[in-house]
Design a protein around this ligand. Structure first.
Ligand SMILES: Cc1ncc(C[n+]2csc(CCOP(=O)(O)OP(=O)(O)O)c2C)c(N)n1
Ligand SMILES: [Mg+2]
Length: 694
């Protein structure tokens, strides 16, 4: 098909082909210009992406955040040029972080020319929050498909709560494209297993079955029966034997839309680098530009003008406008009218949807949060958390979550009347059962949050390692997700070093934008939730104790509201002129308080700083930080049942850190506290040593 043969009006089939080849050549040219990127998969999957977008997807380029749009996830994010091409060709508009429509294109041709360059809206991989129209950040293989399961759960939940007879307010579908890499990654298997269990028939994955990964043929490392595997998960498995056959692709997608009770998996046999005489079907088409000469030969094979670059032939944009543009506009305006009458009939539900979309909270959301009475024996962080979660879930209709099979241990079960379990037959349940799938859990939590639900996941803190890649993406995407981690340190005692986190706090604190909170008593837990719930663009992890912690007397000690500043002065000597500062988080706060009382009794002027969150504290004004940690007071002891890594920043060169430098051990808690030095007299002794007073 020639791009220049415009003598007669083109047929629809010709326009289809022209559009497909435009996606291909834009991808080829962008990668060639950037001298980096992945041309082969866009060349192969252009017909798929074209068909999904122009024939099927219910998406209005004028409003890429319209709530009832279908979602499209490119899980093989290295093929990002597919997305930049369609976002450009459909004329998708940009939206900012305040959900305002900006009018200009989300991805311009100039952005595509500057593929992978600084500030271009066509970065190396799809970046949610950076480019409008990207539904989730992908690049770490497997994440996109796993996240798509969260989107599918969200749609089911939203439909169950908000749809009313004659008002299908939420009836969208989720499409995800993945490659061999995604399917080799464990997170995709975890998520696929859960999606099958839940019978998510609003979810369709298309598998780019090209038999190629970076090192060569997939038979080097991947020879399983993928179809059999997905059948076993309970999916509907379809096959399209020719990735260039638009009609067969469209038919498979329509089978998906009529299949009830199961998610659909479409195996699409494709040729990486399609059309490249020397690179098609080889791994050479995966990760490097084709090269000038091969670009020419490839364009010739498409019947494309050989020397043209970044060419969008006449008729292509119009063809997209007549397809997805018209369909999306009609769908959105129909929905907008529907929603207006819905608002009249169900004003409260409509206003919930409005609030949710803006990430607002209902008024009075924190009215029933508990205040815990002073109690020397106290309450475990996880128990306080369980009480708070049950309040929040009742005051915020769209707040839900669950655990990776540790609900009874994490105390995250929503136990109030009517909370229910989310299952295929009960999609209104607020307790999500992720099964023992921490990685998928965190990715699914992202998918739920991208769908604007407020959501939490939970597991033991030690297994944050199993969830970390998806938590990192929550931070990168600026999603207000919550992960509740319990069994935060040595309190696990007898379970031993496999279950005792050491480096995990340091590791999570190192993730930019992630709020890490390790509250020190039950009222700090409440304040931690109060803070976290008000975040709109930051994820948070709560790190909570298994064992009871004394609930401090807040008439003697400073109010727990100080949590909102990351660190605060909990206790001071009379006269408030400390000579030594004890800094602690979590279970070590009460330890520091005990040490402080000992020191005071010995005439030593100590201050206790409760520091539940480094990152929140670091974002306070210098004046506030200096008021908590006066620069003149150099004698400082930090105590935390975790790696000492990083504490120098608060104790300085002349301070002392009581923490972990090794793994833990299997023993009762008391024995461990003694072995590793987490005892009040040891903290007091360290303080005295710094002051030269023994
Ligand atoms: C978790 C993860 N591991 C490794 C990579 C690096 N990587 C990018 S693409 C790729 C090969 C993917 O093969 P496949 O999914 O079959 O894609 P194709 O080459 O067929 O497009 C690898 C290993 C990655 N992006 N993410
Ligand atoms: Mg492949």
């Amino acid at each position: 098909m020639s791009a220049t043969n415009a003598a007669e009006p083109m047929t629809n089939a010709e326009l289809d082909q022209l559009s497909v080849d435009t996606i291909r050549t834009l991808s080829i040219d962008a990668v060639q210009q950037a001298k980096s990127g992945h041309p082969g998969t866009p060349m192969a999957l252009a017909p798929l992406v074209y068909t999904v977008w122009n024939r099927v997807l219910r998406f209005d380029p004028e409003d890429p955040i319209w709530p009832n749009r279908d979602r499209f996830v490119l899980s093989n994010g290295h093929a990002s040029m597919l997305l930049w091409s369609v976002l450009h060709l459909t004329g998708t508009r940009a939206v900012n972080a305040d959900y305002e429509r900006l009018g200009h294109p989300s991805v311009s041709l100039e952005d595509i020319r500057r593929f992978r360059q600084l500030d271009s809206k066509a970065p190396g991989h799809p970046e949610y929050h950076w480019v409008s129209g990207v539904e989730t950040t992908t690049g770490p293989l497997g994440q996109g498909v796993a996240t798509s399961v969260g989107m599918a759960i969200a749609q089911k939940w939203l439909a169950n709560r908000y749809n009313q007879l004659g008002f299908p307010i939420f009836d969208y579908n989720i499409y995800a494209v993945c490659g061999d890499g995604c399917l080799m990654e464990g997170v995709a298997s975890e998520a696929a297993s859960l999606a099958g269990h839940l019978g998510l028939d609003n979810l369709c994955w298309v598998y780019d079955n090209n038999h190629i990964t970076i090192e060569g043929q997939t038979n080097l490392a991947f020879s399983e029966d993928v179809a059999g595997r997905f059948l076993a998960y309970g999916w509907n498995v379809l096959r399209v034997g020719d990735a260039n056959d638009l009609d067969r692709i469209e038919r498979a997608l329509s089978v998906f839309r009529t299949t009830k009770g199961r998610p659909t998996f479409i195996i699409l046999d494709s040729h990486i680098g399609y059309g490249s005489p020397h690179k098609q079907d080889t791994s050479a088409a995966h990760g490097e530009p084709l090269g000038d000469e091969e670009v020419r030969l490839t364009k010739r094979s498409y019947g494309w003008p050989v020397e043209a670059q970044f060419l969008v032939p006449d008729g292509v944009r119009e063809h997209f406008a007549a397809g997805i543009g018209a369909r999306g506009a009609a769908a959105r305006s129909g929905w907008t009218a529907l929603f207006a009458s819905y608002r009249a009939a169900y004003p409260e539900l409509a206003s919930e949807i409005d609030q949710m979309q803006r990430r607002d909270l209902p008024s009075g959301w924190d009215r029933n949060l508990p205040v815990f009475p002073t109690d020397a024996k106290g309450l475990a962080g996880r128990d306080a958390s369980g009480k708070v979660l049950n309040v929040l879930a009742q005051s915020i209709p769209w707040f839900l979550g669950g655990s990776a099979d540790l609900g009874p241990s994490n105390k995250t079960t929503l136990a109030y009347e009517g909370a229910g379990s989310f299952q295929a037959g009960s999609p209104g349940g607020k307790n999500l059962h992720f099964g023992i799938r921490e990685h998928a859990m965190a990715a699914i939590v992202n998918g739920l949050s991208l769908s604007k639900l407020r959501v939490f996941g939970a597991t033991f803190f030690i297994f944050s390692d199993y969830a970390r890649p998806a938590i990192r993406l929550s931070a990168l995407m600026e999603l207000p997700t919550i992960i509740v981690f319990t069994h935060d340190a040595m309190g696990d005692g007898e379970d031993g070093p496999t279950h005792q986190p050491v480096e995990h706090l340091a590791s999570l604190r190192a993730i930019p934008g992630l709020v890490t909170l390790r509250p020190g008593d039950a009222n700090e837990v409440v304040e931690a939730y109060r803070y976290v719930m008000q975040l709109r663009h930051q994820p948070a992890v709560l790190v909570l104790s298994r064992q009871p912690l004394p609930t401090l007397d807040r008439r003697t000690y400073a109010p727990a509201a100080g949590v909102a500043r990351g660190a605060y002065v909990l206790a001071d000597p009379p006269g408030k002129n400390p000579e030594v500062i004890l800094i602690a988080s979590g279970s070590e706060v009460s330890l520091a308080v005990e040490a402080h009382e000992k020191l005071l009794a010995e005439g030593i002027r100590s201050r206790v700083v409760s520091m539940p969150s480094w990152d929140i504290f670091d974002n306070q004004t210098p004046e506030y930080r200096d008021s908590v940690l006066p620069p003149t007071v150099k004698a400082r002891v930090a105590v935390e049942q975790a790696s000492t890594f990083g504490w120098e920043r608060y104790v300085g060169g002349s301070g002392h850190v009581i923490g972990m430098k090794t793994f833990g051990a299997s023993a009762p808690l008391k024995a461990l506290q003694e072995k590793f030095g987490f005892e009040p007299h040891r903290v007091a002794a360290a303080a005295k040593e710094l002051l030269g007073r023994r």
